[in-house]
Ligand binder design. Structure first.
Ligand SMILES: Cc1cc2nc3c(=O)[nH]c(=O)nc-3n(C[C@H](O)[C@H](O)[C@H](O)COP(=O)(O)OP(=O)(O)OC[C@H]3O[C@@H](n4cnc5c(N)ncnc54)[C@H](O)[C@@H]3O)c2cc1C
Length: 458
């Protein structure tokens, strides 16, 4: 490939990419770090000229090969300006590579905040939107649903501005487009006045939660719970807006760092050889760290986020809200009674999200319960997870589940077509905006275009 001086300046070769959990990796032919829109346009032109796959990445946090490419990889980290903060109308416009944590800090300084966030804020704003990253709150949509305007660079139609009033179809499709439609250049997001949240975390028995599910889900603005596999125990986390004085959590070096991080990781490592002891570890960690009630008041974005500890395998699906109880009962039964010696790390995480009208959002047209399972990789070492995944996915499928796009899954194109009413329209739009498929990587070919032989590199 012949590169002009500017492209040479912002490119590199022999760069290996691996995602946050170091499970998926790839070696792009060329790696770019653009600083402005013109740079990105040039890279896409280069991809078109040489018919190369081109992929933008944010923080590389997706637990799958979604961000991988063997073609041209665009790291968006240097395309990260906050373009405008409109305090009166409570909106922010930012370049696509802006990390969510930076957005949080700048918004806070300007008296604004995002309404809802996921468990971390490391993501780039475009990366978070591209996979419909969500937090928890039955009347709160995912981050994509907070976007009011988006600018997309496409292969066939150049730059498209879209919103509910302009190119509405492109807007609804690109709000969760897993990199398939083009490169998101900038987004305008609806915010609200900066706010504090008062959170309460307390233990509760699994059956008590299921027997009071409706009232629990609606008992606060934001509610999530964790189940500790092989035990009866859960913790509930609830948060509501407050005007109370700040009362943030105080770090306890010994408890939070030595025991709950280092010792815990070491024990997970040892139990790779003695997995039948995992139920005991789950119970002990619950007793040590989670059996007491906790209550804090802090800035919203600090409350939404928490420490996700170490790299992990993870699978998460969204099922219709009304199926939550049945699905969790099935999962609980299997975890506690399986004869295959499968032992599961905590937490099984349960969250809730409002419905939206974004074509490929797992919450399209339905309020959902997200259920996630994880298996940690202590010191980046593998642990067995495939049997758990197979059973978990089977249960989720049986309740018309939709997988989180960022997280590795086995849904076929035919299955996706069935569960997403707008799937075919999305594919039609994809083909018209990207006729030569330069934005399609292995993940997208596999799941959107039925090429099941395009395996993920594990
Ligand atoms: C520890 C951890 C905690 C997490 N917590 C949550 C959570 O609470 N809730 C939740 O829903 N998810 C969660 N996730 C998943 C995470 O939010 C998603 O994987 C998100 O997409 C990651 O953003 P990123 O910037 O790292 O994007 P990447 O992983 O780099 O990319 C994701 C996708 O976005 C595309 N993309 C990135 N930038 C652009 C662009 N400018 N234009 C077009 N496409 C682009 C990529 O091509 C790729 O398809 C978590 C992940 C981890 C590792």
């Amino acid at each position: 490939m012949i590169l002009d001086d500017r492209l040479k300046q912002i490119s590199g070769v022999n760069k290996k990419f691996s995602n946050w959990s170091k499970v998926f990796e790839c070696k792009p032919e060329l790696f770019f770090m653009p600083e402005n829109e013109d740079d990105i346009i040039k890279i896409v032109e280069l991809a078109k000229r040489y018919n190369k796959n081109v992929r933008a990445i944010g923080a590389g946090h997706s637990p799958s090969d979604l961000a991988c490419t063997e073609g041209l990889m665009i790291n968006m980290d240097n395309f990260n300006k906050i373009i405008e903060i409109d305090s009166e109308n409570k909106t922010v416009t930012a370049e696509a590579g802006t990390r969510v944590y930076k957005l949080n800090e700048v918004l806070q300084k300007n008296g604004l905040a995002l309404s809802n966030l996921g468990s971390i804020s490391e993501q780039s704003i475009a990366g978070a939107i591209s996979t419909a990253t969500h937090g928890s709150g039955i009347n709160f949509g995912n981050i994509s649903s907070q976007v009011i305007r988006l600018t997309l660079l496409t292969a066939s139609k150049g730059i498209i501005n879209c919103s509910a009033d302009e190119n509405d179809d492109v807007f609804k499709a690109s709000l969760c487009s897993i990199g398939a439609l083009g490169i998101i250049l900038k987004v305008k997001i609806r915010c609200e006045s900066a706010f504090k949240l008062e959170s309460k975390q307390f233990p509760m028995k699994f059956n008590d939660i299921l027997n009071n599910l409706d009232s629990i889900v609606n008992s606060a603005e934001h509610v999530r719970f964790w189940y500790f596999p092989h035990t009866e125990n859960c913790i509930i986390w609830k948060a509501d807006k407050t005007i109370k004085e700040l009362n943030p959590p105080k770090q306890n070096y010994f408890k939070d760092y030595i025991i709950s991080f280092h010792l815990y990781q070491f024990l997970l490592y040892i139990l790779r050889y003695f997995p039948s002891k995992l139920p005991l570890l789950n119970q002990k960690m619950f007793n040590y760290k989670f059996s007491q009630e906790k209550q804090f008041v802090d800035d919203s974005y600090k409350q939404f986020n928490f420490d996700c500890l170490f790299p992990q395998y993870t699978s998460e699906w969204a099922i219709p809200l009304e199926k939550t109880k049945e699905a969790l009962e099935k999962l609980y039964d299997w975890i506690n009674n399986n004869k295959e010696n499968v032992f599961v790390h905590y937490p099984v995480e349960v969250r809730f999200s409002d419905k939206d009208d974004i074509w490929l959002s797992p919450a399209y047209n339905r309020k959902v319960c997200y259920i996630g399972v994880i298996m940690y990789r202590p010191y980046d070492k593998p642990v067995s997870y495939k049997k758990l995944w197979a059973v978990f996915e089977k249960i989720m499928r049986s309740y018309d589940g939709r997988p989180h796009w960022a997280k590795a899954h086995t849904m076929t194109t035919i299955e996706l077509e069935k569960t997403y009413p707008k799937f075919k329209e999305f594919i039609k739009l994809q083909k018209s905006l990207d006729p030569n498929g330069i934005f399609l990587n292995s993940y997208l070919k596999r799941h959107l275009f039925n090429q099941m032989d395009v395996k993920a590199k594990l």
